[in-house]
Ligand binder design. Sequence first.
Ligand code: TTP
Ligand code: MG
Length: 424
Amino acid sequence: MLKKFWIGKDLNKYFAGFPAKANECTVIKLSGDIGMETRKIIHVDMDAFYAAVEQRDRPELKGRPVVVGGSPQSRGVVSTASYEARKFGIHSAMPLAEAYRRCPSAVFLPVDGAKYKAVSKQIHKIFTGYTPLVEPLSLDEAFLDVSGSTLLFGSAPSIAREIKARIAAELDLTASVGVAGNKFLAKLASDLRKPNGIVIVDPDRVQEFLDPLSVERVWGVGIKTAQRLHGLNIKTVRDLRSLEEERLAGLFGSLGSQLYLLARGIDDRPVESGREAKSIGREITFDADIRERQALETILLKLAVSVARRLRQEALKARTVSLKIRYHDFRTVTRARTLAALTDLDQDIYQAACDLLREISLRDPVRLAGISLHNLSDQDDAQLSLFGERSEEKERLTRAIDAVKDKFGEGSITRARLLEPKDK
Ligand code: TTP
Ligand code: MG
């Protein structure tokens, strides 16, 4: 079967001539929001960034302890320290006076924000040579989704190696890089062999990779949560996995449900590269697993009504509808469809989601369904109806329903199919 890759506005700009049109109506694998089984994420984090830039620009500082943050006589704190200075126990956020006490022979330098910003721009430019889906976390750190780039640039690990090599050759700096199937794992990986490291998480050995790590490394676990977990004798990710989902949710609320998934290496957060990548989505985890298509379609309707309403509240329209299904064993598939025209109507989104559901096997029970909208725009590019019925009429009806909801609340009007038997 011919595999089609979605090429949105961004990607078209980048990879002109690739065999797909942005506005054709086709079932696609949406780069940036594809199922975790195929997503390829790279996390890059520069080593001792401010200090490394200073050492590069003043070669006499290479190999010496360098502390960036200001004069040791000032009351400021350390922004960062070179790896040579870290051997003395100096680290970010430590008072400069304390850093001086630990290593009086270190070179103390002021923070040159403009310079680091300029270098950061150069690094970003290298990233966007491989994918437009780049999400910077700070001046020296970013996620890249290269799922749609491998045909052109090779495997994710080879892209990661190339990026490291280019940062070294073109900027004379080193970076640590993680490659994995999601953001959580990629960020963990980049941190494991610092400085100048590369860690590739084999999708088949995620649990092996995660289990020995301490719970503090799990996204969302701060000092307080770590203390509570230690109190329960939970020290490693392997220990964390022994807690049942209900128990974790009871202990930590929604963070608990997140920890349950992360401990199993599951993280669906997409790489968000700015306004164009902004998405609106909603998902529901069911109380009990579902197998029946009709029950799932009812849930899709509820989700479609909800995300379409959000869209209209933000005065946006969407071109791409994405459906996520998670099975009882956490396998997750995502399918997306680019529509022929922008829409903010419940029916259009519901219809697209139902079409996508037909692409997905329902042999196994499902524990979660989600709809997300991508390729959002505040421009009205077409009055065309997508699915036959006259669009104007549907729009008028939708506005009227919104007006009632604005006035009387979200529950004031509900589609008959969404009513529970007891409501009838
Ligand atoms: P980090 O990536 O946290 O640190 P780093 O790059 O210096 O060292 P490494 O990643 O190898 O451990 O932060 C990036 C830059 O952000 C850092 O060079 C300086 C700045 N920074 C601060 O100004 N204050 C802080 O508290 C931290 C943590 C970083
Ligand atoms: Mg860094």
